[in-house]
Structures are given as structure tokens and as C-alpha cells.
Design a protein around this ligand. Structure first.
Ligand code: HXC
Length: 268
């Protein structure tokens, strides 16, 4: 689908996207790149990264891949530094890396719970923490909204409760808190905007294929106000809005992009 945004809406910006080699993270990387940004992607799997980087480059995007695990502070630091060394500065951090599996609370080990908290929540904080000194400098004087910007990919699971997702719900609730608290502290101190996106069910993603069996997918369609799954493109357009100057007065919000699903109840 054609973008409603101007092709230079993030021109000159350098973005680092964790989990940027696949799924929603890759689509965000692609659209940021197509709209003028240089794109660094971080992930654990070299093959996935290499493939993603060549796809981005084949679109004419200035892209680089850096291997790393957001659970390791030394990896976070190294990847942030490599991004700055490679591209010269850092303006936008997108935290899209996430871990997930379906398991009942009874069967989930504390280490399984901790693993997802480590990836989604602690990983998000660690990346923000390591990127801060560059985001402070990165944006100042370079764009009209002042400092750099952070975007955290969340979910809607924790607005109510979700079967077999206690670990992810807890982790994403923490991510939303991180978004608000950093928006307050770093928005005030450094003019860095920190926002989130809570995607609903998005077709053709690892999350959907892993977590939602086909019969539930069909049922979800019946319950949804817009009667359809979202596309990765929908999330990437929301990302462009939030990280570009289009969103320059938006700070501390998590934008729900789910077609209204989280509000819906069965018709009766
Ligand atoms: C129960 C499990 C499990 C499973 C892992 N564990 N998989 N428990 N069921 N299917 C437990 C293990 O038993 C272990 O605890 C602990 O978790 C760590 O497991 P490891 O395999 O050692 O971890 P690791 O290799 O680091 O892998 C972590 C991972 C990750 C979370 C499993 O590799 C992963 O899922 N990657 C996929 C990423 C992904 O799908 N991303 C898309 C996210 S979509 P014990 O006690 O045995 O030591 C998304 C959308 C959310 O986030 C919203 C959806 C609607």
C-alpha cells in the first residue's frame, strides 16, 4: 500500500530497531528506511539479520545489522555504540524485540516468567539506558522536536487478562510504565519523546502464528469491530507518526492500533 507520508519524513535520522530483522520490527525498519532514515537492526540470529539487511539494502535503504541479545547489557552497549560509529549519530530507538510462548500460569516456571520479563521489560529499559547519551545529543538541533525519540512496542493483553500469557502481560504492563516514566523524566530533562504502540492481532507475524490457533483467529474476526486482522504496515505507519515531527507533541502515550478490538464484546 502506498504511504500517506512524505518520503522524506524521517530523512537524515538514524534509527536502531531491536528485533528489527523479522515481523513487525522488520516492517518498521523498512518503512523508516523508505521514508529517509538510516536503519540499524539488532537481533540474536545472524542469518535472520543478514537476510533482513540485504532486503533493506535492495530497497536502497542505508542499513546495517548488529548481533546482540537485549538481555545482555554489554550487547546493548556494543550495538548502540556500533550504530553510532557506523552512522555517526542516533536519533530514534525502537524496542521491538520480544519473547513469547503460550503456557498456563500453573505450568510456567519462574524462570520462564523471568525470561520474558528479561527480554521485554528489562531489555527495553537496558536499551533505553544505553541509548540515552546519544539520543540526548542525537536529536538536538537536528529536528524541530528537539531531542531524539524512543518507541516501545507493547500489546493490549494486560488491559484485561489473557489466557496463558501471564508472563507477557506482566512484561508489557512494565513496558507501558517504562514508556510513561521515561517520557516524564527524559521529556522534561532532554526533550526526548518516549511513546509506545500496542498492536492488536497482526497478520503474518511470528506472534500470530505462534500464539493464535486458526480457530481462534477466525473467532477473533467475528468479534472485531473492523472484522479483519491488521497488517504490519498499520503498525509501521503508526510508528512513522510517533517518531517523526508529525507526533512532536505526543509524549508518554501508547497508541492502540487494533481496529478497536480491545473494546469489543460478543454481540448478543
Ligand atoms: C513453557 C517455556 C517455553 C514454553 C521456554 N520456556 N519456552 N516454558 N512453555 N513454550 C521456559 C523454559 O522452560 C525455561 O525455564 C525458560 O523459559 C527459558 O527458556 P530458554 O529456552 O532457555 O530461553 P531462550 O532460549 O532464551 O528463549 C527464550 C524465548 C525466546 C522466550 C523462548 O527464544 C522466544 O520465544 N523467542 C521467540 C520470539 C517471538 O516469538 N517473538 C514474537 C513475540 S510476539 P526453566 O524453568 O525450564 O529453566 C509478542 C506479541 C505479544 O510478543 C502479544 C500477542 C497477542
Amino acid at each position: 500500500m502506498e504511504s500517506p507520508f512524505r518520503a522524506d519524513v524521517v530523512k537524515g535520522k538514524v534509527c536502531l530497531i531491536t528485533g528489527g530483522g523479522s515481523g513487525i520490527g522488520f516492517e518498521i525498519s523498512t518503512q523508516l528506511g523508505k521514508h529517509g532514515a538510516s536503519v540499524a537492526i539488532m537481533g540474536r540470529r545472524k542469518q535472520v539479520l543478514d537476510h533482513a539487511v540485504s532486503s533493506l539494502r535492495s530497497l536502497g535503504i542505508n542499513a546495517a545489522g548488529f548481533e546482540g541479545d537485549v538481555r545482555k547489557q554489554e550487547d546493548a552497549r556494543r550495538v548502540v555504540e556500533s550504530t553510532v560509529t557506523h552512522f555517526g549519530h542516533l536519533d530514534i530507538l525502537v524496542n521491538a524485540a520480544a519473547g513469547n510462548f503460550l503456557v498456563s500460569a500453573e505450568d510456567l516456571s519462574p524462570n520462564g516468567f523471568r525470561t520474558v520479563m528479561d527480554i521485554d521489560s528489562v531489555g527495553t529499559f537496558t536499551m533505553c539506558h544505553e541509548a540515552l547519551k546519544y539520543l540526548k545529543k542525537g536529536g538536538h538541533g537536528r529536528n524541530s522536536s528537539g531531542g531524539g525519540s524512543i518507541l516501545n512496542i507493547s500489546a493490549t493483553l494486560h488491559y484485561t487478562a489473557s489466557w496463558y500469557q501471564i508472563h507477557v502481560s506482566a512484561a508489557k504492563a512494565a513496558v507501558d510504565s517504562i514508556t510513561r516514566n521515561l517520557a516524564l523524566e527524559w521529556g522534561t530533562d532532554y526533550d526526548i519523546r518516549v511513546n509506545g504502540i500496542a498492536p492488536g492481532p497482526i497478520g503474518d507475524t511470528p506472534g500470530m502464528s505462534k500464539l493464535v490457533p486458526d480457530e481462534i483467529k477466525n473467532k477473533t474476526r467475528e468479534l472485531m469491530p473492523l472484522y479483519k486482522l491488521g497488517d504490519k504496515w498499520d503498525i509501521a505507519m503508526a510508528a512513522l507518526y510517533l517518531v517523526s515531527d508529525a507526533g512532536k507533541y505526543v509524549n508518554g502515550t501508547t497508541l492502540v492500533v487494533d481496529g478497536g478490538l480491545w473494546l469489543s464484546r460478543p454481540r448478543h
